[in-house]
Design a protein around this ligand. Structure first.
Ligand code: URA
Length: 214
C-alpha cells in the first residue's frame, strides 16, 4: 500500500521521449509518439490488472488460462491533455470502460475544480487508470485520485509521460498511506520552474498535442 513510482528504463521509451521533448517536433509527430509511448507505459501500468483463471480448449488440449476479469478496469483521461493518451491505453485494454474528468485550477486560489465529469457514481472495487501526461505540481492528480477513491475505487494507477519530483512528493504527502496508488512514468525530471513547468520537460503537453504550438 502507499504510493509506488515506476520510471521506465528502456531504450525505446528514452528515444521516443527525447523526440517528444525536442521543440522542433511538430504536433502530428508529437501525437503519434505520445501514442506509442503510452502503449509502452500501459504494458507496465497494467502489470497488476485483475485477472481470473478460465478453462479453455486449445486445438490440442483443455487448459486453465488467464483472462481479465470483472468489474472492468476504468480508464480516466484528465481533460484536455489526457485525451492524447487514451488510444494508446485502450489499445492494450480494449475491454476497459472509459470515463472523463475535466479539472481546472484557479490560478489565484490554486483550488482545483471539476468542470466535466462523466464517470459512474459508484466505482466500488474498480481498478482505475488515470491518464495525465504531466505530473507537475500534482494538484490535478491529487484532486482526481481523491475523487476516484471517494467513489470507491480499489486501486489507482496514474500513467504520465513526465513527473516533477515536487509533484510526486505532493501526491505522496496528500495520500492516505492505506490507499493503493502507483505512478508509471517515462521519466522523472529535475524540477519545476517558477511557472510550474517541468524542467527540462517538453513544454505544454496540451498545446503540443492539439496543435496550438506547431
Ligand atoms: N503541464 C504541462 O503541460 N507542462 C508542464 O511542464 C507542466 C504542466
Amino acid at each position: 500500500m502507499g504510493m509506488r513510482v515506476i520510471a521506465l528504463d528502456h531504450p525505446l521509451v528514452a528515444h521516443k521521449l527525447t523526440v517528444l521533448r525536442d521543440r522542433n517536433t511538430h504536433s502530428s509527430t508529437f501525437r503519434q509518439l505520445a501514442d506509442e509511448l503510452v502503449t509502452l507505459l500501459a504494458y507496465e501500468a497494467t502489470r497488476n490488472v485483475a485477472v481470473a483463471r478460465e478453462e479453455i480448449n486449445t486445438p490440442v488440449a483443455p487448459m486453465l488460462g488467464t483472462k481479465l476479469t470483472n468489474p472492468k478496469p476504468m480508464v480516466v483521461p484528465i481533460l484536455r491533455a489526457g485525451l492524447g493518451m487514451l488510444d494508446g491505453m485502450t489499445r492494450l485494454l480494449p475491454t476497459a470502460e472509459v470515463g472523463f474528468l475535466g479539472m481546472a485550477r484557479n490560478e489565484e486560489t490554486l483550488e482545483v475544480t471539476t468542470y466535466a465529469n462523466r464517470l459512474p457514481e459508484d466505482l466500488t472495487g474498480r481498478q482505475c487508470f488515470v491518464l495525465d501526461p504531466m505530473l507537475a505540481t500534482g494538484h490535478t492528480l491529487i484532486a482526481s485520485v481523491n475523487y476516484l477513491f471517494e467513489r470507491g475505487a480499489r486501486d489507482i494507477t496514474c500513467v504520465t509521460l513526465l513527473c516533477a519530483p515536487e509533484g510526486l512528493k505532493a501526491l505522496e504527502d496528500a495520500l492516505d498511506p492505506d490507499l493503493d496508488v502507483t505512478v508509471v512514468t517515462a521519466a522523472i525530471d529535475e524540477k519545476l520552474n517558477e511557472k510550474s513547468y517541468i524542467v527540462p520537460g517538453l513544454g505544454d503537453a496540451g498545446d503540443r498535442l492539439f496543435g496550438v504550438v506547431d
